[in-house]
Every structure is written in C-alpha cells, then in structure tokens.
Design a protein around this ligand. Sequence first.
Ligand SMILES: [Zn+2]
Length: 1438
Amino acid sequence: MWGICLVLILACATGEYSEVQVVQEMDNFLENPHYLKNHEIGELFTQLAKDYPDLAQTYTIGKSLEDRPIYALALSAPTGESKNGDLLRPMVKLVANIRGDETVGRQMVLYMAEYLATHYDGDTEVQDLLNRTEIHFLPTCNPDGFAKAQEGNCESLPNYVGRGNAANIDLNRDFPDRLEQSHVHQLRAQSRQPETAALVNWIISKPFVLSANFHGGAVVTSYPYDNSLAHNECCEESLTPDDRVFKQLAHTYSDNHPIMSRGNNCNDSFAGGITNGANWYELSGGMQDFNYAFSNCFELTIELSCCKYPVASTLPQEWQRNKRSLLQLLRQAHIGIKGLVKDASDFPIADANIYVTGLEEKPVRTSKRGEYWRLLTPGIYSVHAAAFGYQASAPQKVEVTNDNQEAVRLDFKLTPVETNFDGNFRKVKVERSEPPEKRKEQFDGFLTPTKFEHHNFTAMESYLREISASYPSLTRLYSIGKSVQGRDLWVLEIFATPGTHVPGVPEFKYVANMHGNEVVGKELLLLLTKYMLERYGNDDRITKLINGTRMHFLYSMNPDGYEISVEGDRTGGVGRANAHGIDLNRNFPDQYGTDRYNKVTEPEVAALMNWTLSLPFVLSANLHGGSLVANYPYDDNENDFNEPHMRQRNSSINGRKANPTEDNALFRHLAGIYARAHPTMHLGQPCELFRNEFFADGITNGAQWYSVTGGMQDWNYVRARCLELTIEMGCDKYPMAAELPRYWQDHREALLQFIEQVHHGIHGFVHSTIGTPIAGAVVRLDGANHSSYSQTFGDYWKLALPGRHNLTVLGDNYAPLRVEVEVPDSEPFAMRMDVTLMPDDPQHWASANDFRIIENVVNTRYHTNPEIRARLAELENQNGQIASFGYADNEFSTYFNYLKMTSDIGEPEEHKYKLLVVSSLYDTAAPLGREIVLNLVRHLVEGFKLQDASVVDLLKHSVIYFLPQTNKFPDVFAMYNVNSSICDPVLGDELAERILNPETDLAKDMFLQFLRSEHFDLMLTFGAGSSELSYPRGDSVLEKFAHGMQRTEFNYSPLQCPASATRQAHRETTERLTNLMYRMYDLPVFTLGISCCRMPHHKQIASVWRKNIDKIKNFLALVRTGVSGLVQNDKGQPLRESFVRLLEHQRIINVTKNAARFQLMLPHGLYGLEVTAPNYESQVIRANIEEGKITDLGTIRLHPFTLIRGEVVELASKANGGSTTSIAGMVLDESNHPVRNAKVSVVGQTQLRNFTNSLGQYHISAVPLGTVVLKVEAPRHVEATRQMHLIQGGLATENVVFHLKINEHVFGLPRLLFILFASILIIVGVVVCVLCAQFWFYRRHRGNKPYYNFSLLTQKGKEQFDLEDDEAGDDGETELFRSPIKRGMTIQPYFDEEQLERILHTDDEDDDGPHMEPELDVADDSGDEIVMLHNPGNKRRH
Ligand SMILES: [Zn+2]
C-alpha cells in the first residue's frame, strides 16, 4: 500500500501544481475513511519515519494509564547547512483527542502529518513550510478514552465514558492552573494523571511557539484565558496581554474554514467563529492556559464539529474544511520577531527574557541555544533582553509588518554585569562540567563573581527580577504589598517547587531592613539568595535545604526609609521609620496594650501581618543592626502599658526584668545556634557606643534588654504562632559597602544554620480515623498554652529541643489526644509523629467542661419566645435563691425579659459588680445568642448546685442580668424555617442600628433607659461573622480584659469567615455602638463573635457553645480579680464622698454611700491608685493585683489638711539668725486665675509649707539659705516644682509666681470671675488685710478644735460644687479636692526675680529628649514609695 502511495506522490511531483486538484486527486489516505486505532497510529508514524527519514521522526511522550503509548511525530525538512542549520526554526504542535470521545481532530492531525510528509516532494507550499518550520503531531492525548468511546455518538456516553482517561478524569481540567489556590494545586500535582504529566513535560521541555488543540462538540476557535479571577461561569472575557495576537491566530483558522467563519453552527453564536475561552464558559486547569502561562507557546483550542464522534464517512469532508485553515495557521509561527541572545564571546544565553514594551507581563524566554520567537501583530515595538548576570540590553525599536510571513530578526548581545571581567563569565556559568569546587575557591563560595555593594530600591528590584528569571524553577518573586510611597515589598520564595504550600514542608522566612537605615540584613539576604541558588545541585547541604524547606525572604520591609538612609551611618536614626515617620517595630498589635505608636497600623505592617497569617510559618528571623546579639521574645512586660513609673527605659541590660515565653528554653537554644555560628556574637562584647552592654553568650531576652512595645517578634509568636528572633547583625547600622564581605563571612553560616533549625522538633499529620486530614487542630507541647494549628492537609510543626515531650492534639469534635514523643539528640534532630483523632463523645466534653449538662450539647435547637420565657420562669421556680425572672412586672419587662442571678437574691447589692449579658444587639444574631445565654444560665445554675468554687465566687461578687432579646425573633425564625441553611438572614432594621438612630423606638428607648438606671459595670453580647472580640479602644484596662477573655482562644483556631457586605456593615455598626455605649453610658460593651453565620443550622449550636464557653467563662472570671478597700479619716469615720482613680486613667470610681467602700475589677498587674476625698490629702497607693484574687487594701486613712487655707505659719525665724529668709508669691493657673488652696512646700522640709489664699498668694518663712526646691500642689492642677538659690539672709524673696497647668477633666474658672478677683485685689487690698487680722483673731479663739469637722458637714453633690465653686466662702467649707494631684511635673514661670535660678523639670514623653543626671525624685513627701529613675545615656532601640 505504501509503495503505491509513494508512486502516486512521485507522479504528483512531476505533475501539475494546481493545488486543489492535487489534493483532490492525490490524498489517497482519504480513501476508505476510518479512525486509526492507537497501535495503527504507531505503525503509521513508524512507516512515515521509515519512508521519509530526512523529514520525519517518531517518538512517544509517555504512556496512558492503561499503558498505551502516546505517539508523536515531528516533521521538518533537512537544511543544506550541516550544523545549527535549523537554528531559529520555530516549533509548532498540533494536538488532538484530549477528550477521548472528541475524535475529528485526531484524524485531521493524522491527515495533516501524512499530507505534509507525502507532499514535500513537489509541493512548494509544503516545502516552504517544512523548510522553515518544525511541526509536531500528537494525534491523541487520551488513547484510553478513545478506546472506550463509540463511533457515531455525537454526545458523550452516559457518565462521560471515553471523555476522560481510564480513571475518567477530564485531562483538560488536570493541568496546573495559573490562578490555582495553593492547596488545590498541590493536591492535584500529587494525583496528576500520567497523560497530563507527560503533556506537561513535553510542553515545558520543547520551545514550542504555536499550538492548536482540537476538540469537538462545537465549531469555533477559542483562545485564552479560559478562566478569570472572578470565576464567573461564563460571559466575561478574560484576556491575555497578547489578545491581539490570539485574535489574529483565531481568525486565521476561522476565516479559512468555510462553516466556522459563519459562527452560527450547532445552535451557538460566535461572532466571526472565534471566542475568548472565559467568555464562552469558565474552565480551570485547561491545557491552553497552561501553554500560555507556563511556557512560551501560544495555543488555541479549536472545536471542529458539532458531533463529537461522527461516523468516519464524514472525515473527507472535514479534511476539506480544515486543511486550508491548518496550513495557514502553521504559517503563523512566523509572525513577529525572532533572534538569538548571546554574550560577548558568542556563547548563547539560555533563559534570557525578551521584553516587549507594553507586553512586559509576558516575556518570552530563550531556548538552550539562545533562540527566541515572539509572535506579534504588525506595529512598532521596543524590545530588550535581560539575563541574570548580564546588563540588560538597550531597548531596540523594531517594525513588524508580518509581510511574507517572515519574522523580523532581532539579535541581542549582552555584557556581563562584571565589566572588568575578561569575558569568560558566561563560559564559566554555562559549562557546568567544570568542577564547582574550583569555582567555589575562585569566588569565595559563590560560583560566579559577586559584587558586594548596596542596592537601592531600583537596583534591588532588578537584582531580584533577574535572579528569579534565571532560576524560574526554584524561585517565585512576589510582592506582599506596598510601602507608604508605593514601593513594592518584594519577597522571593526559594523552594524546589515554588508557589504552593506542600504538605509536610515547613515554611520559613527572613525579614530584613524593617528599620530603613539598618541595611546589613538586606544585603546579606541578597547574597544568601545568590549563594544558595548557584549552589543548588552542586552542594548537598544547599540542595537538601532547598528541596525540603520553603523559604521566603523579605529583603526590605521599609524601602521608603532605606531611600533616605545614608551609607556610613553607624548609629543614626535617619531613615529608621517609614514615610509616615512611624517606627515599624513599634507598630504591631501588642499583647499587653495599645499606645500611640501602634494605634494606627501602617501599610507595611498591615502587609506583613496579612502575609504572615497567609502561610503556616514555623520559624523566622527579623534582621536588624546597631548591636550584635540574638534577641528572643518577649520584648516587653505587661506593665509597660499601665504603670507610668515603670515605663522609664534603661539601657543597662541588668536593670530590667526578663519576660520569658513558655518556649524560653527553645528560644534560648535557637538564639544560641545563631550566636555560636557567628565568630564573635557569642562572645557578647559590647559595641563601642554602649559600653555597658554585655550579653551572656551573645543572646538576650528582649524585655530584659529594653522594652519594645508593638514589636514584630512578639506579634509573630503570640498571634501568628511563628517563632521569631530579632538578630542584631552588627554595631554599625549602615556600614560602607567595602565592609560587606566581612559581614557576609561572619553571618553566612549562622544564617544557614538558623534556617536548618526549622526541621528540628516534631512534625507530622493529624488525621481522623477514616483518614481525613484534620485542619485547625490545636497542637501543644508539654502542657504549655502556646499552640500551633494543623494546616489544610493536617500537617503541623512543633519545634522542640531533643528529649522526651508530651504532645497534646485537640481537634474540634474529636477527643483530645496525648502522646509521648522523643526527639533525638543527633541528626536529624527531628521526629515525625502522625496522629489519629477519635470522634469525641459530647457527654465526655460536657462532664469535663459544662457540669454534665447534656442539654447544652445534644439535640440543640432554636427555642421560640414562649419556650425561652418558660425556661427562664422554670429556672426561677427551681432556684429562687439565686435567680429571679423579670417578666411583665414592670414596663421594661414587657419589652425585654430578663433573668437576674446572684447569690442570695434580695440581699444588699452595694458591694457587688453588675454585669449584663445580652443575647445580641442584632436581631438576626439574637436567636443564636439566646441559646448561648440559655446555656450559660444553665451552666451557672448547675455550677451553683454543685457548689463549684468559681460559680459560687462569681455569684457572690456580682449580679448578672441575662437578657435574651425577643423583639423580632418571629420574623427571623420564619426566614430560618423557610431555609435552614440561610446562614445570614438579613433584616433591615437591627436593634444595633435602631440604637444608633436618633429616632424614637419604644423598645430601644426602654433598653437605653435600662442601661442608664442600672449602671452596669460591664456588658457582654454576642455577634457573628468572625471570632473577634470588640470592645472600647484606648483604655488599657479594658484592653487587658479583652486579652484575658481571648487568652484561651488558642484552644480553637480562629474562625476564618468569608467576608461579606453585611458582615462588614455589622462590624462597623458594632464599633460605633461600642463607642457610643462607652461614651454615653460609661458602659464597656464586649461583643464576642461566636460563629461565622448569624444563624447557623440548629445542630451547630452545640459546636458554637463548645468553642466559646471558655471565653465566656473568662469574661465572668474578670470579677474575680481586682482590688477593694475602705476609705476613712483618722477617726475611723467613713469618707463617703471619696473616690478612687487609677493613675493615668480617666475613670473615677466613687465609694459606696454607706461604708465608703470601693471595689474595682482590674486585670492582674501593678497599678497606682489615687484615693481622694474633699478636704483630705490624696493618697497614692501602689497595688500589685494577682490573678484570681481581689486584693484587699484594707482601710485607707486619709489625713485632713492640717493647715487652714490662707494661714501663714511663722516658724522660729529668729533662731537661725540671718540664715533664713522667707519666700512669697502667687500661684496662678494658665489663664492667670489665682489658684486657691494650693499647697506650697519646701521639698525635704515637711514643716515648711503653706497654702495659698483666695487670691492665690502664699508666704513661707524661715526657709534656710542655699538651694531649696519649692513644690506646689493644687487640686485639679498639675503640680510644679522649682529650684531656687537663696543667697541673702533676711531679705524676703517675693513674687515667686507659679503657673499651674489645669488638669484635664476639670472646669476652669470663668474669665470674668478672675477679673472680679483682680479688681478686689487692687481696690480692696486693705480691706483684705483687715479681714486677715480678724481671721487671725478668730483663729486664736478657736483653740485646738480640729478642722476636719468641716468635712462631716452635709456636702453637696460634686456637680454642684463644680458650678458653685467660686461662690463658696473663703472659709472653704465646701472645698472639693476631687481632682488628683498629678505626679508629672511641669512649671512655667510667670516671671522671675533675677536672683532666682530655675531648672525646668520636664518629664517629657519623648524618648529622645535630653536627660539629666540620675536623680531620685521622691514623688510624695508623705513618704510614698514611688520612685522614678531618670536614666542617663543613649536610648537603645532595635
Ligand atoms: Zn532595628
């Protein structure tokens, strides 16, 4: 048969060249049309290769699942030139039958192969094509599917038999997808079909330029992309950057196809017979997108026939329709530009990128021979080439016409980056046969010459682009966000298969240059990147590291700061902060509180947090400069936010208390690894500038060194579960470039060893008994609370020191599991521990956590309003001693039912806290919240019955109101009953919104009235959409409450709820409502997100309860920690008007009206409490509050002011002869109003004091000569001190005026009154003297009667005093000392005598302010122990 064929072809060669005639006459392969079986394809290809040895080569790309070979044939004419003659000959492929039952293309590909092979001799068109083009034919991708498909079936068989491969997988959805989520990608890579894997290899390994992929079931040409980020089902175009090229290619096919071009076949409608893939229908994992996104090849998907598997007799007609289209399409491989990229010595450069302006998103890459092809439509383009290790070429202008179907030739010659190098650079790199060891010696560890220099942002960016382009299979360059000034925060991922998290492979990160002027880390990471990539494959250690560790390097977290930093800056601060002037290492959320440095999150920090939380990082280091030490968490102490006197920072490392984490031993070990691998760090020698800093072993606990609030390393540990160290790389922050080689030598080994630590410890997988991976399981070690979570695939890591450890694994709805594990103390220092969790029994959980209340966790459902009422009434009936149900017995309870619980209902509640628990402020979340409230009530009732200590304690200390909201329940419940998977029912007018709305609404008004009258201490309510807790921001005590509540959130991994518009709206509403409640009603509201859905399926209620019970218990436990005391005077009489204030806090707590008792909920920690009563000296008491304990301060006795206002005590001034003097002057406030009753005293001489009169005047006698410090304290004002030198004896020093700042929340005197006083001063001065005399007289006659009797007179309310203050008589009956004497000191002299020297005492908050000699300020002359240390020297900051 082949002989005949050959004869015919020969005949043809001598015959006419009328093309149509030739086809019609000669194509004998069309005789007896039939579909070739797979083995027949193999035979045909073998035959062709045998018959046309110069043209054809046959090969297989792999085998199918059922072991059928996948045959391919390559056709290309030999060239005259012997060597490299086929250089720049583009490669095209025709592929078909990826779906086994779409068969027309299969035969078309075979026909075309035969046609071209048989017509080469004699047909100039074919000759031209094969002389210039290499064409590969792959008639079937899916031989197994084809074997099952049935001829004549126009639609797929039932269950798509034959469409997929032998495993019935649709191969055209099995390719890696450019938009794929990491875990999907990974799962699929593991289960990729052999056919797809073979195709992927084939496509990647050959430099194909153009491709067509034939399908059936429609008649249209489709072009990429096939999917979009939006993942719409259809009808939305998703265009490539090369859309113009693709449209031209598609039209080339369609326009030459007699029926496709009409666009109206098979009941479809496609304009011009072409369509964008995504516009037609969404498809992910398709071959066409894979070609474009992962290789240089442009592929079309061509649908050939309405019928998928038509009978063979139609094949000749199909050939006639497609032949011209095919031939024309093959020619399109020659549009655009092509060329060679070489180096100076004419060595081809592989993997160089060719960039076309405007199409930079899709660079093409050169082949191993340095060739490239870039398909382009006609136009003028600017093109340049770039390759790693070379300077990018200059852009070249090129005009593309595509005339004569010939690509424009455009070659590039690149020069190595090392211009002083002798030109052999590329040889060194290309010829890998040279032993790498030799090169390592040559280039100091690197395999190519390396420049040690600083990189600004642009240089760094191009360095990273080039290196990632040079190692595309080992790297992925991505940006995690932008800086304030819009610079990308570039991260390079280095891993054997970059792009996705691989189950069982740990994630590691280095972050450098967070402080813009600390640059060593950044440059060393750039060097480390080059070092590792070059040595991959040449160095077992590096190869192992890259194969088994997913590493992410963020080279510059603060590129804006870097840009203004200066080389040679050793210890400066220019460029340290970001472009907003914020120190990024103070800007993270802190476990202990919020201050002005971290109140607003900077974009760089936000980007870093999102990134860190998006990957399961195990280990990290944060590279700084300015010292040489490895620093480990924590960086601050819990008192850094609330105790002003502790906040002074000390640069001496011994001065502070270490604050270790639960993983302290491990952290010390990790820090030690780094320090010991560095030649000098472990010696712990101080830097020149900080001579007193010695770090034992070169490591330190952050808090012990100096406090950093809002630091990144603590955030990583606390929030992201990632162990992070802060490495100080050296004493100089920005050394000269010439010093970089030394830094590299010193740190290279340490940097590598630290990465290797990510493998040391315990890792494995968490599965259920049926083998399902369990994500989000909590993994803990040795009883510590700090936990890790298992990842999507159930994989987890827990770094650990060698030795025996107890591993605890907790999965939601699984029984806890505890195993003992031994980590070996030699290589590999690691232990793999896979665990299987058993489903738990709710009864076990209930007996362990919920007093065995089965009702709370079994058969949970939503209760209706009558049911809720019935339950609450029943609870009251059965537990009348502790519960009381408010229902329709007053106006409020007609709208809201509530249950009140406390021990001994009816006993006085004065000493108890009042708590309010509301189901939800959202009517749509209330049904769930009500169930939680009901569960909680049952929990407390049962706990009380069992006399559980914590419940008894709780009810003893507090009155709790439970308020299950009922208003709109019927509406919401109706929505749920229609659709129980509704998740988030939507209601227009939620209670929260009505509260914020000024319009009157009876229910809302009743609720607010309730809040106003009851004065609750705290309120808890429930929300949905996340597991976050919202609370009023800005108060450190409330913040600590919140942290306390969330402390056990690590029993469960945080909820990952999809965002939605209503969820966002509710979050904002909650925030506004929280602020409103706090401001208007002084009520801190805590809203706890308990579930993603506002109304989950009723069976889920049990799980919601189980996940949140700990946080709710924590809330209730807040009442168990705090402080209490009684305030009395010297005589033991209660001071009922006294009040208590936390230092540096706004809130004032009044004592009770009977016993003058105060009680404050306070989180544990150190506090200063100021106790104040009118006419009494305030006291500041230092209280150390312990967890779970109400610290009783006992009776606090306040002393009355012993001197009467306006009185002047003359001390024995004559005794010391001329060695004393007197001081007189005035005390005014900032508005020049006189300050009455200000205490003026000489520091250190308690008897030397006096008070100002109503005109603000004072006078002190018998003051010794020399240097004295005068102090003024006044109610509601900031105290002031002043140092004076009194030189001349006997001569009175007068007009010493103090100007006091008014303390914040105090009313000032109206200006008019001051003028009145001033008038009195001027006009009636004499009268005043007379009055004084009378006063004196009166005073003498009073004898020794104590004056505190005044305070026992009936006193007016505070507000009244505020208003009537000025009207009060000078005798001061109604003086009110409600404002504390603030301990911060500032004075502003009004005017001074020349003889006075003054020293300003400022306690400026600015860290960088000048500081004087250390001195001990005794803050209170009454002997309180508060001591402030002013420290000298530099403030150290990392
Ligand atoms: Zn730093």
